[in-house]
Design a protein around this ligand. Structure first.
Ligand code: ZN
Length: 135
């Protein structure tokens, strides 16, 4: 395993626009990117905090996993994402250790990262993402 830091914390929100004043005016963070990830049916907004990001996730469809999450649990922390090197090797290593994977190989995520999710059944119910930055 080569986890280097917490890449981001994903937070499910009904409306990025409604939450922006809290992050920008109250916490004094700057939203530096808003991006729609079409295949995940979410709009994302990013704030940098040190080398870690806060990622707000707003569903763009009722079919989005974020919409389904909020139906059950409301708004709030959705997942934690660790930055790692050699993500596909790490996934193989985790699988060999008996960790259930949602993605057995990395796929493309927001901001050009390679990402993969681990199953909450294997992570103490914390939806966990691994990310690798492009070289
Ligand atoms: Zn994420």
């Amino acid at each position: 395993m080569e986890i280097t830091h917490i890449e981001h914390i994903g937070i499910a929100v009904r409306s990025i626009e409604e939450q922006l004043p809290y992050y920008e005016d109250v916490l004094g963070l700057k939203c530096y990117n808003i991006e729609t990830v079409a295949d995940q049916k979410v709009k994302t907004a990013f704030f940098m905090v040190g080398q870690t990001k806060i990622e707000l996730l707003e569903p763009t469809s009722d079919e989005s996993t974020i919409a389904k999450f909020m139906e059950k649990r409301g708004e709030g922390i959705h997942h934690i994402a660790y930055a790692t090197k050699n993500i596909n090797n790490v996934l193989s290593e985790l699988e060999a250790k008996g960790v259930r994977l949602i993605d057995t190989r990395a796929r493309g995520g927001a901001e050009g990262l390679s990402i993969a999710f681990l199953h909450p059944k294997s992570t103490g119910s914390v939806l966990t993402e691994l990310c690798e930055h492009p070289e």
